[in-house]
Write a new protein. Structure first.
Length: 169
């Protein structure tokens, strides 16, 4: 295996915008400039079982009253969640590739950590996990969010960034 080839696993719950793609690109710009081949494996869960109460509280914590009540009123249909995940994956891969990054990916089941484990164990040399999510009041506070769970379970650095910002989770 080439020591200058390594992988960053990216777990996101929504499509990357420009800010998210730039954040990921800037993380390893120096390594790429030095000739390292940095691959990105993007995972997007089809979150079909997200708690309506947790979603409601997340929106309320951000002052999003209209979205909070829409979450409860509309719920989430499993087929819609899978289609949303596929769309988010395609948009994220396109955003990363547009910045010249090597990126591939797939959607996962509701709990993405088994897929993260697989991606981290697949070569070449997965060095870290970047988790991009919206703020989740309940999960973030209780440390049951994906990034906290991954820190407890995997032996790689985990960076948690809130989507659309440079704020760390």
């Amino acid at each position: 295996m080439d020591p200058n080839t390594w992988t960053v696993v990216v777990l996101t719950e929504e499509a990357f915008g420009d800010v998210d793609a730039r954040n990921v690109a800037e993380l390893h710009a120096d390594a790429r400039a030095a000739g390292d081949d940095v691959r990105h494996v993007v995972l997007v869960p089809a979150d079909t079982q997200r708690s309506l109460l947790a979603g409601f509280l997340d929106h309320l914590s951000l002052g999003e009253l209209k979205e909070a009540f829409a979450e409860v009123r509309e719920g989430r249909h499993p087929d819609g969640a899978r289609a949303d995940a596929e769309t988010a994956l395609a948009a994220t891969l396109a955003a990363l590739r547009e910045l010249g990054l090597s990126a591939e990916g797939r959607t996962t089941d509701d709990d993405p950590l088994p897929a993260v484990r697989d991606a981290l164990s697949d070569g070449p040399d997965a060095r870290e996990l970047v988790v991009v999510t919206r703020p989740h009041a309940v999960e973030d506070t209780l440390h049951t969010d994906w990034a906290s769970r991954a820190r407890d379970e995997f032996g790689v650095p985990v960076l948690h960034v809130y989507a659309g910002t440079t704020r760390l989770g």
